[in-house]
Design a protein around this ligand. Structure first.
Ligand code: XAN
Length: 470
């Protein structure tokens, strides 16, 4: 029989985003997490874990025997909120790194559709999905907004596996009824809607309270959806205002030209021929919508997206790898658009949101080199996008992404390598980050952002449950 979940007391250093610009450092602090995974106390100012327990447990009415304590070992260990990957294709994981010199539209036909179609084989889907969940958890991703495939059973399997592994996830069956090979598409708009409803019903049956896993409406992108399909999905979105929506937008210039050709305003009733107006005309541009990429959005589109409250998943690794362009994140934020980060595997080649944060910092410097110096994103800002910003993007703002009373404990324990007096490594698994001991905490975090990887992710919890340990 499974052991019932216990109350937990975490002690040591905690780092999280207070605002876009500011990280908060809480040292000698205790955070109490109840058996449901909720943070019930955040108390700085205790010399040791034992002193924190002595002060805190009576106030919470917890007996010492009912509490598991996890304390950080040293000055180079800290708790950080779990990362939120706001956009990735679980089904494309075996292709990471395989993109040659392709760009979006030929990349889809050459590499992506054949692999996705092959996951209709349940054994292959199980193998791929099991691995991608393990890998992303190992990189500290506690929430993932996944695209699966067109196939209902393998999409449902992805949701089953996320729930079993304890990863928080949005799981979307991909809707696409045109402009893809005949072997990989929905047969008709009606069939696409029926399959979508079947997948939603399954995901809601395995996690009725959406404690971890939720379905998400997933029109792949405008070019691969007919107008009747987009219309049907818009109607479904209006019927089910609790369901999130995810899709792609304005990633690549040829893709944008294709959208203009396929959806002239005369066919949609939209006021102009922009990509955003197409989604808006079909009722798919809402405050629940996650728009991946947004590289080439116009002023008017950014204003419309902000007005509708739709969110943008910035995917800098993918945008560089398949040569889509450099998204202007500072500009989007200043327009009032909520942004988070996506690995976008396998347009992006890395499963790591930390890597996405690093790419976000570097791509913002390329935007700056184009003449807009204030485009540069700081370490604090990219970490905000990876956590709190991402939570807002996937509709979990206020629930995960930081350490506050009432939020859920989705967290990672990060350990940096320490260097001893002779220059040797003290930690066995010290990765690329060497801490000499004289760095400020701000410098330690910067070193982690620019050189850290999964070797630094020692433990990961979702909703209070330990889901990964190195
Ligand atoms: N547009 C896309 N962009 C991307 O990066 N990955 C995809 O799978 C995709 N499909 C449409």
């Amino acid at each position: 029989m499974a052991t019932p979940p216990k109350n937990k007391l975490f002690f040591g250093s905690f780092v999280h985003s207070k605002t876009l610009a500011e990280l908060e450092y809480l040292h000698s602090t205790a955070i109490a997490v109840d058996a449901t995974g909720k943070i019930v106390a955040v108390e700085p100012g205790h010399a040791t874990a034992a002193a924190a327990a002595e002060a805190l447990l009576p106030k919470l009415g917890w007996a010492a025997g009912d509490v598991d304590t996890v304390a950080t070992k040293s000055d180079s260990h800290f708790f950080f909120p779990g990362f939120i990957d706001t956009h990735l294709h679980a089904s494309q994981y075996p292709n990471v790194g395989i993109f040659g010199n392709s760009t979006l539209l030929d990349w889809l036909n050459t590499y992506t559709f054949p692999l996705e179609a092959s996951l209709a084989d349940p054994a292959k889907a199980r193998k791929v999905y099991t691995r991608v969940i393990r890998k992303t958890l190992a990189h500290g991703t506690t929430t993932a907004a996944y695209y699966a495939t067109v196939d209902v059973s393998s999409t449902n399997l992805l949701a089953d596996l996320c729930l079993a592994a304890g990863q928080r996830a949005l799981v979307g069956r991909v809707c696409m009824d045109q402009l893809s090979p005949a072997y990989y598409r929905d047969e008709s708009p009606a069939a696409a809607l029926a399959s979508t409803l079947a997948s939603i019903a399954h995901i809601e049956s395995i996690d009725p309270s959406a404690s971890l896993v939720r379905p998400v409406l997933t029109p792949r992108f405008a070019p691969s959806c007919s107008a009747p399909l987009l219309k049907g999905l818009g109607a479904l979105a209006a019927d089910r205002p609790d369901l999130p929506i995810q899709t792609h937008i304005s990633e690549n210039k040829n893709e944008i030209a294709l959208v203009k050709e396929l959806f002239p305003p005369s066919s949609t009733g939209a006021p102009d021929d922009s990509y955003s107006s197409v989604y808006d005309a079909f009722g798919l541009l809402t405050e629940r919508t996650i728009l991946a990429h947004g590289v080439h959005l116009s002023e008017v589109e950014a204003e419309l997206i902000a007005k509708r409250g739709a969110k943008v998943s910035h995917c800098p690794c993918s945008n560089s790898a398949i040569t889509s362009g450099a998204a202007r994140v500072r500009w989007l934020i200043e327009k009032g658009v909520t942004c988070g980060l996506g690995t976008d595997m396998s347009g992006g080649y890395s499963p790591s949101v930390l890597e996405a944060a690093r790419h976000a910092a570097l791509v913002s410097r390329h935007v700056a080199m184009g003449g807009d110096d204030k485009a540069k994103l700081t370490v604090e800002e990219v970490l905000y996008l990876a956590t709190r910003g991402g939570a807002d993007v996937v509709g979990l703002g206020g629930r995960v992404g930081a350490f506050e009373v009432g939020m859920e404990w989705d967290a990672q324990l990060v350990g940096l390598g320490t260097v001893d007096a002779e220059g040797g490594a003290v930690e066995e698994e010290d990765g690329n980050v060497d801490v000499f001991g004289w760095e400020t905490w701000e410098e330690r975090i910067a070193k982690w952002v620019y050189n850290g990887d999964d070797r630094n992710t020692r433990k990961v919890w979702v909703k209070g449950r330990l889901v990964h340990e190195r």
